[in-house]
Design a protein around this ligand. Structure first.
Ligand code: GLN
Length: 465
């Protein structure tokens, strides 16, 4: 029996090279765990029937001495908002039930080329809208560390799959913390890459100016390994960019300066989060980092800015699910009635709420008061971060304002309470900079294209080599 608990990509790679176990054995071990645990955790919506075959191909290539990719034989789970050719992709929505992807997302193509073994599609909040995993049309996912609690969201299933030893690593997607927050709730590492660093081709669009495909890892090195494979320019995504992620500034860890915002909106924070954060600042200092007070005066507007821009873009992006082109269709008396019935029955409550909000803030009478205003504050936030990064190499703050909460608590109360989950994560998406969450609940943010700085600080912090 393989010990999956302590397994990382780095260890699995080494063990498979030495012949300690095969990709097939490793894949079987994960599939067995999925079989045993998924009925309770509800992390996967689809488990692929060809995973064993794919793993065997890797084993054969290895046996023949062929060159294999950097993720050869690594079993990975894919959030159900990312296209995998020939597989159902639903965004955990009823409206896309039965929709089969006709092509691979660029990130998926790259994973295949690197030899990763795709295990299946994971549950999530409908169209990635949510912070608990409870907005899925296919039932909530439970946190493997405590099944009375949510795993976080929206990439709930991907986080639960990795934390529950049902995948070695996973892809999620980030629009406002959907990988970092579940990573924090499930004791994992979650990376939100620089906007444009990973192609969005083949990702169901939620908020195009925030969206990024993003990896989970049990370690920083694991998240880095997956990021290294999926990152890079893609001609199929006009917003994707080229970049170098080496230590371009050549500074050693102990020369990096870390900014601590003095104006963090801590009012609604659990006191344990504040105490933990203070300790983390001390440990970073003990590790040799210089810390410096900085100011991000517009951080307090992150939630209103996010919840104006996101619904605005989402309402436009989701217009395409009209019952005629993709997935579900409900017949009405005429074309308009078809639309109304399909969307009314196909979308869940949160999705409908955001479409209504989005069309409202974009409507002629309110555009200036809401959308335009939010875009102006977004610019101010970008300037705040740019100014801060003139004096510091990275910025830290907590990932979440509290620990994983019980299923059914926040979702039953006002939606605003759920929105406040994103208070510390939304800023990086609004500004487009990369950010990483490492246990317990520490978020590190770096300038555009400086994922290398994140990996360096995060590894030092966790004592990883
Ligand atoms: N909680 C955020 C939201 O509900 C996160 C979304 C995301 O990152 N996909 O919009």
């Amino acid at each position: 029996m393989l010990n999956l608990k302590d397994l990382t990509i780095t260890k699995a790679r080494g063990a498979m090279e030495k012949g300690e176990f095969s990709a097939e054995e490793l894949t079987r071990a994960y599939l067995e765990n999925i079989k045993a645990k998924n009925p309770e955790l509800n992390a996967y919506l689809t488990v692929f029937d060809d995973a064993i075959d794919e793993a065997r191909k890797i084993d054969q290539a290895r046996k023949k001495g062929e060159k294999v990719g950097s993720l050869a034989g690594v079993p990975i789970a894919i959030k159900d908002v990312i296209m995998v050719k020939g597989r159902e992709v639903t965004g955990a929505s009823k409206i896309l039930k039965g929709h089969i992807a006709t092509y691979d997302a660029t990130a998926v193509r790259k994973l295949r080329e690197a030899g990763a073994v795709l295990l299946g599609m994971t549950n999530c909040d409908e169209f990635a809208m949510g912070a608990s995993g409870e907005n899925s049309a296919y039932g909530p996912t439970k946190n493997p560390l405590d099944t009375s609690c949510v795993p976080g969201g929206s990439s709930s299933g991907s986080a639960a799959a990795v934390a529950g030893e049902m995948a070695l690593t996973a892809l999620g997607s980030e629009t406002g913390g959907s990988v970092r927050q579940p990573a924090a709730f499930c004791n994992l590492v979650g990376l939100k890459p620089t906007y444009g660093a990973v192609s969005r081709y083949g990702l169901l669009a939620l908020c195009s100016s925030f969206d990024q495909i993003a990896p989970f890892g049990k370690t920083v090195a694991d998240a880095e390994a997956v990021f290294g494979v999926i990152a890079g320019h893609d001609p199929l995504d006009s917003t994707s960019r080229d970049g170098k992620w080496q230590m371009a500034n050549g500074k050693s860890a102990d020369k990096l300066v870390i900014g601590v915002p003095g104006d963090l909106p801590l009012e609604g924070c659990d006191p344990r989060v504040i105490a933990n954060f203070k300790l983390q600042i001390k440990s970073l200092e003990t590790l040799g980092y210089k810390t410096q007070d900085i100011s991000l005066p517009n951080l307090k507007y992150a939630i209103p800015v996010y919840y104006i821009i996101l619904p605005a873009e989402a309402s436009a992006n989701l217009a395409r699910y009209d019952g005629l082109r993709y997935g579900a269709h409900v017949d009405g008396a005429n074309l308009l009635d078809d639309y109304m019935k399909t969307k009314g029955e196909g979308y869940g409550k949160e999705v409908r709420r955001r479409i209504i909000l989005g069309t409202y803030v974009l409507s002629a009478g309110y555009y200036d008061a809401y959308y335009y205003q939010a875009m102006r504050v977004r610019e101010l936030m970008k300037q705040d971060f740019a100014r801060a990064f003139e004096i510091v190499d990275a910025i830290i703050m907590p990932t979440t304002s509290g620990p994983a909460f019980e299923l059914g608590t926040k979702s039953k109360r006002s939606p605003i309470e759920m929105y406040l989950e994103d208070i510390f994560t939304a800023p990086a998406n609004i500004v487009g900079v990369p950010a990483i969450s490492v246990p317990p609940n520490l978020q590190i943010i770096a300038p555009h294209m400086r994922e290398d700085v994140l990996f360096q600080i995060a590894k030092t912090f966790l004592g990883e080599k």
